[in-house]
Design a protein around this ligand. Structure first.
Ligand SMILES: CC(C)(COP(=O)(O)OP(=O)(O)OC[C@H]1O[C@@H](n2cnc3c(N)ncnc32)[C@H](O)[C@@H]1OP(=O)(O)O)[C@@H](O)C(=O)NCCC(=O)NCCS
Length: 170
């Protein structure tokens, strides 16, 4: 990648199912969230992503780098410890990983969330054994709050780090 100008984010659209299939249908891409989804689950996720921005409860973006669609980044509302927060998540297709793309795209998504001024805190919950994802949180200024145990998918438990970013902070 030849610098930040080469990576941009665009709102997720109705025609982005093929990208989602590459992300959520790939065992390597989904190792940290329960393995590949079935086609029906991916289609339902596609519909959720496409309507998220219109719902006012978050935004999902595709990541475009060097003219190719290479991944996803987005944030959505959830209640966490009795508080309304944004959760953020990111994915970059295997052959585009290791070039700084996820970090650049996540910074762009955070800037959009910050400009909305809707929620103060954004959290990320990467698995403790996902070094690149934890490195991105650290690099983008998130603070590590605690380690959590989530049941996901139902019946199996994973250890996640709870990282928090103050969107109103400097
Ligand atoms: C996590 C993921 C999005 C990272 O994408 P990426 O574009 O390769 O990430 P980046 O290149 O922007 O940054 C990765 C950072 O992790 C660091 N990193 C990579 N492997 C690492 C390792 N084994 N140990 C420590 N740091 C590591 C890199 O050095 C980089 O930090 P730097 O920019 O300070 O050098 C990608 O691996 C992915 O899609 N994984 C599958 C889906 C997933 O797990 N998503 C996260 C859910 S929370």
């Amino acid at each position: 990648m030849s610098g930040e100008g080469a990576v941009r984010i665009e709102l997720w659209g109705e025609h982005d199912l093929p990208l989602l299939e590459k992300i959520m249908g790939d065992p390597n891409m989904t190792a940290h969230f329960g393995g590949p989804e079935r086609p029906g689950q991916i289609a339902a996720r596609q519909a959720r992503y496409a309507r998220l921005a219109g719902s006012g409860k978050g935004r999902m973006f595709k990541i475009v780098a060097g003219g190719e669609t290479v991944g996803s980044v987005g944030y959505w509302e959830r209640t966490w410890r009795d508080e309304s927060i944004y959760e953020i998540g990111w994915s970059v297709l295997v052959r585009f990983q290791g070039r700084g793309i996820a970090g650049i795209a996540a910074a762009q998504a955070i800037a959009v969330a910050r400009s909305e001024g809707k929620h103060r805190f954004m959290h990320a919950f990467p698995a403790v054994d996902n070094p690149p994802s934890n490195a991105i949180c650290r690099k983008l200024g998130f603070t590590l709050v605690q380690v959590c145990r989530f049941e996901y998918p139902p019946g199996s438990f994973m250890q996640c780090n709870d990282w928090r970013l103050d969107l109103l902070g400097a």
